[in-house]
Design a binder for this molecule. Structure first.
Ligand code: GDP
Length: 138
């Protein structure tokens, strides 16, 4: 089983879609290994998205990710990283394929409901960002 990391972003939590997105992930074959609701601080959001530091949208992205509670979820299934990306849909919610989480629950390129790690290597880093080893129940 491969492991990955997802975040239900503040727009989707605010809209009351946390439960529907978790159900969507379970229906897509993911096992929820750990789950945590939290509000990212400015420093935490900047650290999590450090790779985008030089992008013009970085400040907006950090403001969005700190705008309210989010839900971090450690997930497992076969081919988890790729399968989560497929289940999420395209970054821009308006371009996301019908039935994907971003199509169903996102609004635009920034407020797109969900994060998913883009590689197994980043999944390992991002899981450690939110969860201690003792929290991860396989
Ligand atoms: P992801 O892997 O599909 O989440 O996409 P990226 O890693 O490229 O971007 C990270 C996050 O930054 C996205 O999920 C969006 O929330 C946000 N984002 C990406 N591109 C843009 C953009 O052009 N403008 C704004 N405002 N936000 C963006």
């Amino acid at each position: 089983m491969e492991e990955t990391l997802s975040i239900i972003k503040p727009d989707a939590v605010r809209a009351g879609n946390t439960g529907r997105i978790i159900a969507h992930l379970e229906d897509a074959g993911f096992e929820v290994q750990a789950i945590r609701r939290l509000r990212l601080s400015q420093a935490q959001a900047e650290a999590f998205y450090a790779v985008h530091r030089e992008r013009p949208f970085f400040a907006d992205l950090v403001a969005f990710m700190t705008s309210g509670p989010a839900v971090a979820i450690a997930l497992a299934r076969e081919n988890a990283v790729t399968h989560l990306r497929d289940t999420m849909g395209a970054t821009d919610s308006t371009q996301a394929a019908p039935g994907t989480i971003r199509n169903l629950y996102g609004s635009n390129i920034q407020n797109n409901a969900i994060h998913g790690s883009d590689s197994p290597e980043n999944a390992a880093i991002e899981r450690t960002f939110f969860f201690a080893g003792c929290d991860l129940v396989g």
